[in-house]
Design a protein around this ligand. Structure first.
Ligand SMILES: NC(=O)C1=CN([C@@H]2O[C@H](COP(=O)(O)OP(=O)(O)OC[C@H]3O[C@@H](n4cnc5c(N)ncnc54)[C@H](OP(=O)(O)O)[C@@H]3O)[C@@H](O)[C@H]2O)C=CC1
Ligand SMILES: O=C(O)[C@@H]1CCC=N1
Length: 264
């Protein structure tokens, strides 16, 4: 199918993640001729583009679309009564399995994916899993689609999507928590709030840039500072002793267990 002929439906396309995905697609040259049809439940979008039409009728959306993106909250999934009649469906819902989607939406062609909140700045990391019935043609568009709002990896094991829900799906909140902890520490020391916040946010942004630019392994960056033997090493040793690594592992496992039980 060439881009001229393609219509993509986005159920829940007015929500936090759905709107970010729609914006990513709209900004991409690869989808310049694609039309989008977006559905919502209660809050109609304030503005749309000529490329986008809007409906509250999900089955109408399905009939008009070549493929459908599902972006409602997991608890709203059971109320989505659609018959995809074998069309390709791409879910971004946490915790809802490919088998559940296949049965509920009447199609065996299911992509289960898990973007993150950085999709809103086209910086999401999106792992995805494809059910066996997806054809080579179905799969060929998926990286291009996810690259419109970040980067992607295909996973061979569906459970890895649940684990990555906890690692990268929830992930943007973890550095935010670290920034909050740094800011609070600086406030406790008596620094002005605007300086504390600016410093903490700049650290998270700069560290991300360093990892990206150097293409380095995180442990290399940590080791460099540990071997330097200065103030940073003193901070790192104390954080490790206080259980930083264990706290992160426990947090990830709590999010993973939540992902495993969300839709069941
Ligand atoms: N936000 C995030 O960072 C991430 C979210 N996800 C997943 O993405 C999915 C969406 O999450 P998020 O965008 O945060 O949630 P939101 O609540 O922001 O968006 C959900 C959207 O679904 C719409 N909706 C609900 N029921 C229906 C229906 N029957 N028909 C049409 N639209 C409907 C809502 O419309 P209305 O407002 O009109 O009721 C709302 O716009 C979830 O499954 C979540 O697990 C995955 C990774 C990251
Ligand atoms: O917190 C959540 O449940 C959603 C899914 C992953 C990230 N946000």
């Amino acid at each position: 199918m060439n881009d001229k002929q393609r219509v993509i439906g986005v159920i829940g396309g007015t929500g936090w993640l759905g709107a970010a995905i729609v914006n990513g697609i709209l900004q991409s040259h690869d989808f310049a001729n694609t039309r989008l049809i977006v559905s919502y439940r209660t809050h109609a979008p304030r503005e749309t583009s000529a490329q986008v039409s809007v409906t509250q009728d999900n089955q109408y959306l399905v009939e008009q679309s070549d493929m459908v993106i599902l972006s409602v909250r997991p608890q709203d999934w059971p109320a989505i009564n659609i018959d995809l009649k074998g069309k390709l469906v791409i879910s971004v819902m946490a915790g809802i399995t490919a088998a559940q989607i296949s049965e509920g939406a009447h199609t065996s062609k299911v992509i289960r994916s898990l973007p993150n909140a950085a999709a809103s700045i086209n910086e999401s990391y999106t792992p995805w899993f494809a059910s066996q019935a997806c054809s080579t043609d179905d799969l060929s568009i998926i990286p291009t689609l996810f690259n419109t709002f970040g980067t992607e990896d295909q996973c061979e094991i569906e459970d890895d999507i649940d684990y990555l829900t906890a690692i990268s799906g929830a992930g943007p909140a973890y550095p935010a928590l670290l920034a909050q902890a740094l800011e609070e520490s600086a406030l406790t020391h008596g620094l002005p709030r605007h300086i504390a916040r600016h410093a903490a946010n700049a650290v998270i942004r700069g560290s991300g840039g360093l990892l990206e630019d150097l293409n380095s392994y995180p442990e290399q960056l940590v080791n460099v500072f540990e071997n330097y033997g200065g103030t940073t090493a003193a901070g790192l040793i104390s954080m490790r002793q206080a259980g930083f690594i264990k706290a992160v592992d426990q947090g990830v496992n709590a999010a993973y267990q939540r992902a495993k039980t969300l839709g069941r």
